[in-house]
Ligand binder design. Structure first.
Ligand code: SF4
Length: 304
């Protein structure tokens, strides 16, 4: 199936000959926006900090790797695996602890690559040096929570860093030979299609290596969920998001792999939007929407 966007799977098959399957691990370190800064976390973030659902009740990183790798092999016949430290902020610890955990886990399997989810303000010089060291043996990706390029929104959601900090982090990671994959959160309160598109254009102009789109869901356990329960506010519906996303993808350079296109939140947590499409249906409709118009990822990108 020739998709009008470059999926991470298609990109990996073209580059390595096989898809790369991720083995998620929750390092359990929390994040500075909840702990050190004492702000109670970003307003959109649920208590679990985005912990992958497939981790289930697996206790401890080693058990998570054992289960995740077995699942990827049995279910998908995976040949290439990526160790993915996700949930909260994977670099929110000292470098000795980070080294001990990651090197222990890398020794459990033949991981083709490593990916760490973090914030733009949680990449110290010592952490970057460690990532560079690992990058000599295998690709290191950094999944960077950027969310939006609008400082007023970042302030409103209590994000605790500015757009300038995100820009600086992307440039630095790329300069160090690492691979930043940016996470955007579309439909945050106060933003419309134009603001959202402006963010896409800004990140597309930077040396990103991958992009993930999430559409904003109001989650019961998140600060915005508590606000919504007191006074419901309007949330971007999924079909409006789909139409916007079709246009947004045109501004993403054609060679940048897209890791995610739609949010997949636990139904028991989601307060809004009320209706969501199953992921497969969403992607099918997005493809139809773009194909009908002859649109493709990157066909409006600057310097394509
Ligand atoms: S989104 Fe990340 S930085 Fe923000 S509260 Fe959740 S885990 Fe912490």
């Amino acid at each position: 199936m020739d998709l009008p966007w470059l999926s991470q799977k298609a990109w990996a098959v073209e580059r390595y000959g096989h898809p790369v399957f991720r083995v998620p691990v929750d390092p359990g370190w929390g994040c500075p926006n909840r702990d050190a800064l004492g702000r109670g976390g970003c307003a959109f973030c649920a208590e679990d900090g985005g912990r992958a659902r497939q981790l289930g009740d697996a206790e401890g990183p080693e058990e998570q790797v054992r289960r995740g790798a077995a699942f990827a092999r049995e279910r998908y016949g995976a040949r290439l695996l990526q160790l993915y430290l996700q949930a909260y902020t994977a670099t929110y610890t000292d470098t000795e602890s980070l080294r001990a955990l990651v090197e222990g886990l890398l020794g459990m399997e033949r991981f083709q690559s490593l990916s760490l989810g973090t914030r733009p303000d949680c990449l110290s010089a010592a952490t970057l040096a460690l990532l560079r060291e690992w990058n000599e043996a295998r690709e290191v990706w950094v999944e960077l929570g950027v969310q939006t390029s609008h400082d007023d929104t970042l302030t409103r959601i209590g994000r605790g860093h500015s757009w300038a900090r995100s820009e600086e982090a992307i440039l630095r990671l790329d300069a160090e030979g690492l691979r930043p994959c940016v996470h955007l959160l579309c439909g945050l309160p106060g933003e419309g299609p134009d603001e959202m598109l402006e963010t896409v254009k800004r990140v597309a102009a930077l040396p990103i290596h991958g992009i993930k789109f999430h559409n904003f869901h109001v989650l019961r356990d998140a600060p915005l969920g508590r606000e919504w329960l007191k006074a419901p506010f309007e949330v971007l519906g999924e079909r409006a998001y789909l139409a916007w996303l079709a246009e947004a993808l045109r501004w993403v350079p054609a060679g940048i792999p897209v890791f995610r296109l739609v949010t997949d939140s636990p139904p028991e947590q989601r307060l809004a939007p009320p209706q969501v499409l199953k992921k497969g249906r969403f992607l099918h409709e997005l493809q139809g929407f773009m194909d009908l118009r002859g649109w493709r990822q990157g066909d409006r990108a600057i310097g394509k």
